[in-house]
Design a protein around this ligand. Sequence first.
Ligand SMILES: [Zn+2]
Ligand SMILES: [Zn+2]
Length: 241
Amino acid sequence: MRNPKWHRDEIILALDLYFRLEPGQIHSRNPAIIELSKVLNKLPIHEERPDSVKFRNPNGVGLKLSNFLAIDQTYDGKGMQSYSKLDKLVFEGFENQKQRLAVLASNIKETVLNESLNNKLYAIGEETDDNLMMVNEGMVIYKLHKYYERNTKINNQKKAFHLKKYGQLDCEACDFNFHKTYGDLGKGYIECHHKTPLYKIGGESITTLDDLALVCSNCHRMIHREIDTVSVEDLRSIVGR
Ligand SMILES: [Zn+2]
Ligand SMILES: [Zn+2]
């Protein structure tokens, strides 16, 4: 039984470690590699691990780092040629942005090592939209965003505040109003989008009313398709408001 292919988040963590090591330090007894193996086993990503003993064990992590040696033009030796297209893509995306990679990796780690938070992220299902597979900050951080948005208490406070102030719950991007369109069925319905850019989130934080925007389901979906780059304001101009 084969374990699942490496996810982009896992490659990000491995690559971050790769840039910190000398080629001679890439072996399964290196404490940093053993540590990464533990973190990878915690990631709330692959629910099915057919071979759980071998899943991202220090040996496998060492091999992944040797794959990077094969991609790395600055390395004279050979490395392991069996790298994936995604390994190469992620490598090329970050080889000149090591600082940014370090921030992404540390945000993912901080989130995953918070055990209670991490357990909640397991409950957030995978998205099928291909765009989301390539979210720059990775799937763990995207799931964290979704988790924040499922905080019913703050969402209800946001809606109540907005309703009191404006008397209605219009989408902040396209002005759609569920109550006007669907009558009583739509009364009080709108979704909350967490506006904090993904690169700024990691670990546990408290959501305030100002962090949230009220959006209809279509606009919310569209913002998430390009969540790294499209804001509520951008979407508003896209729909011509
Ligand atoms: Zn809308
Ligand atoms: Zn959202």
